[in-house]
Write a protein that binds this ligand. Structure first.
Ligand code: E4P
Length: 218
């Protein structure tokens, strides 16, 4: 599994990057709004934290294809190598995905709620497609099933496009998503803390320390 952290909180990203095996960071305009920071400054700081090799997924805000393409170029200029431009799967977004890919820029198709949106974006050349699990669950559509269908469709089509499942509100959604053959998840910093927590692990460690503390003279 590739884990991404979904955040624009620089301190939280720094911590998660130290403690967990993340493949990179995803952001979106809402997260940037929460951080209340200028995008360019923020993205440069995140890149500094994660280094040049990890992925950084940064979303465009423009609505027209030609503006999205121009924005994508500006984003990769300041975000550095291994940057993927997130583009929502509107008609203008679809047109932009093809043009941005033609320039050799990595693309994550985002705001995906149906398998056909994902298939179309993958066919347009997107490197990743991002279905929103919890937002689907919120409208009584099984988000995990949708993500699983997308993974199956891409595998059957022999597509190199990867599913990057996003929008999680609990660990069960993440667990079921991984069982459905999805290879990449992006999750909030808080979720990272929860994902490996188990009280029995803490009890086991306390017991080991109590028993071994006078004998481990190493
Ligand atoms: C990431 O690509 C998405 O923008 C994000 O995960 C959406 O999550 P939310 O539904 O919690 O806002």
């Amino acid at each position: 599994m590739k884990y991404m952290v979904d955040s624009a909180d620089v301190r939280a990203i720094k911590k998660i990057n130290e403690y967990y095996p993340i493949s990179g960071v995803t952001t979106n305009p809402s997260l940037v709004f929460e951080a209340g920071r200028d995008l360019k400054t923020l993205i440069r700081e995140i890149r500094e934290i994660i280094g040049p090799e990890k992925m950084l997924h940064v979303q465009t805000l423009s609505l027209k294809a030609k503006d999205i393409v121009a924005e994508a170029g500006r984003i990769v200029d300041f975000a550095g190598p291994n940057t993927y431009v997130k583009i929502p799967v509107t008609p203008e977004g679809m047109k932009a995905i093809m043009a941005v890919k033609a320039q050799g820029i990595g693309v994550t198709a985002t705001a995906i709620f149906t398998p056909q949106q994902a298939l179309m974006a993958a066919t347009a050349g997107a490197d990743f497609v991002a279905p929103y699990i919890n937002r689907l669950d919120n409208i009584a559509v099984n988000g995990v099933e949708i993500a699983g269908q997308i993974a199956d469709l891409l595998r059957t089509a022999g597509s190199p496009c990867e599913v990057l499942a996003a929008s999680f509100n609990n660990i069960e959604q993440i667990h079921m998503t991984s069982l459905h053959g999805v290879g990449v998840v992006t999750i909030s910093p808080k979720m990272f803390e929860k994902i490996i927590y188990h009280p029995l692990t803490d009890i086991a460690v306390e017991d080991f320390v109590a028993k071994g503390k006078d004998l481990y003279n190493i």
